[in-house]
Design a protein around this ligand. Structure first.
Ligand SMILES: Cc1cc2nc3c(=O)[nH]c(=O)nc-3n(C[C@H](O)[C@H](O)[C@H](O)COP(=O)(O)OP(=O)(O)OC[C@H]3O[C@@H](n4cnc5c(N)ncnc54)[C@H](O)[C@@H]3O)c2cc1C
Length: 336
């Protein structure tokens, strides 16, 4: 069913809990309904933005146009081979419900991505990642509709041009396609990735099962990250920067303890949280916007923060990291 609302309040659709309205909000449950909406006079020639769960968005004001939201649900088996099961999932399914479904059926590959907020369609756009796994590792195809023509277009994994928190849908084809379904390839055989972060340490003494891995990751995340229900936030505010090798070696002379992860022969990834903490930002605030006191990469709304306060805090952090380390931080959060 198509649900249309006017002068609609988006407060419940962004995890920063910022007040914002849109002229028209439309939610649909089937691809055919989406095609009908894209063809309608109400939508034609108006600015159009598709949201998911709003867990990576920062509304800097009201949106003068149409906000679309998918309520396409359902998880079904597409096909099965000796080693794999291909699951097709509606873009509107909550991502963690999909992970829970895989874990309950002992299908391996998604468990390290447990408890990442948001919906499945957005997850495929964002290439979400955590604990050494990215969603691209299990995506087979992404089914979409082209906004302008209403044509159904299927992207292979390769065609999505995935990179670190990147995809073709965030670059060359930004805001041009709407994801309707994602087909995942899950393994029937265990393929644990426990070497990242402190998963192995936290698993000590526990039997290594897919259920225990999921529970451990949920426990780690809950202990480290603020719950958006309690303190509005959008997870990591900045991406971890890739630093050129010669620049990194120069930094290492001054900061021998600088954490880093190899990316290629030319680049290393440096945790943005470490850079921010070194600049003394932990727990600091601008108005009601603050740097979280346990996880520097997360900016939080202490209650009643404005978008300007959050943006001002982010800018000050970016300036101080650049001036101390000559490293540019890039927001992961999308400004609207
Ligand atoms: C507490 C917390 C922890 C987090 N931890 C992680 C983490 O560990 N790893 C990680 O990668 N991210 C993390 N995030 C960020 C966030 O969860 C992801 O970016 C997530 O994929 C956003 O999903 P969403 O449904 O909320 O999308 P939104 O924030 O609503 O939208 C994100 C983007 O997707 C687009 N989009 C949404 N739906 C569709 C669709 N159907 N078709 C086309 N485009 C669409 C939007 O236009 C927008 O560009 C975290 C966020 C929070 C609040």
């Amino acid at each position: 069913m198509i649900k249309t609302e006017y002068n609609y309040d988006l407060l419940g659709h962004n995890t920063f809990h910022l007040p914002a309205k849109c002229d028209i909000f439309i939610e649909y449950s089937h691809v055919e309904e989406l095609l009908q909406i894209l063809n309608s006079e109400e939508v034609k020639d108006k600015p159009l933005y598709h949201i998911g769960g709003g867990s990576n968005l920062l509304f800097t004001g009201d949106f003068r146009g149409v906000v679309l939201h998918s309520a396409i649900l359902g998880i079904s088996i597409e096909k099965e081979t000796d080693d794999s099961v291909f699951l097709r999932c509606g873009a509107g399914e909550v991502w963690d419900d999909f992970v829970a479904c895989c874990v309950s059926q002992e299908l391996y590959g998604a468990e390290n991505l447990s408890l990442i907020p948001g919906e499945t369609g957005a997850a495929a756009v964002q290439n979400i990642g955590a604990y050494g796994v990215e969603i691209k590792d299990i995506i087979e195809i992404v089914e979409t509709v082209e906004k302008e023509s209403g044509k159904v277009v299927i992207f292979t994994n390769e065609g999505c041009r995935y990179g670190y928190r990147e995809s073709i849908f965030k670059k060359e084809l930004k805001d041009k396609y709407i994801v309707t379904h994602v087909v995942f390839r899950l393994s029937k055989k265990p393929m644990y990735k426990l070497e990242y972060g402190n998963i192995s340490a936290e698993m000590e003494g526990k039997e290594v099962t897919i259920k225990n891995v999921r529970e451990t990751i949920i426990a780690i995340r809950e202990s480290k990250l603020p719950d958006p229900e309690e303190e509005g936030n959008a997870g990591s505010y900045f991406m971890n920067p890739f630093v050129g090798m010669s620049h990194f070696l120069a930094l290492k002379e001054y900061y021998p303890q600088i954490p880093h992860y190899p990316v290629s022969e030319e680049f290393v990834k440096v945790p943005a949280a470490w850079l921010i903490e070194q600049c003394g930002w932990k727990g600091k605030s601008v108005g009601k916007a603050a740097v979280h006191d346990r996880q520097c990469l997360v900016l939080v709304n202490k209650g009643g923060a404005t978008a300007s306060e959050i943006v001002a805090l982010a800018l000050q952090i970016m300036e101080s990291v650049e001036s101390k380390f000559s490293v540019k931080l890039v927001p992961e959060v999308i400004y609207l």
